[in-house]
Write a protein that binds this ligand. Structure first.
Ligand code: ZN
Length: 70
């Protein structure tokens, strides 16, 4: 867990994921091994980012991320 993880978590726990967040998610996922447990959720988010102009965080994913960042 690094400060980058915390920062990403803060952005992800917003209800809506913006375009810059999509880029941050994909970048962080590529660089951070300690986010491995959340890898699948992040992949879901990255897919949502690609499929939607205004992606929204699925509630279940958001809860998982919040739990993981406690
Ligand atoms: Zn991380």
């Amino acid at each position: 867990m690094t400060s980058d993880c915390d920062e990403l978590g803060r952005r992800l726990t917003d209800l809506r994921v913006g375009e810059s967040d999509c880029a941050a998610i994909e970048k962080h996922l590529a660089e951070c091994p300690s986010c491995g447990d959340l890898h699948r959720d992040f992949e879901d988010l990255a897919r949502l980012c690609r499929e939607s102009d205004r992606p929204r965080m699925p509630l279940a994913v958001r809860r998982r991320i919040e739990e993981a960042l406690k």
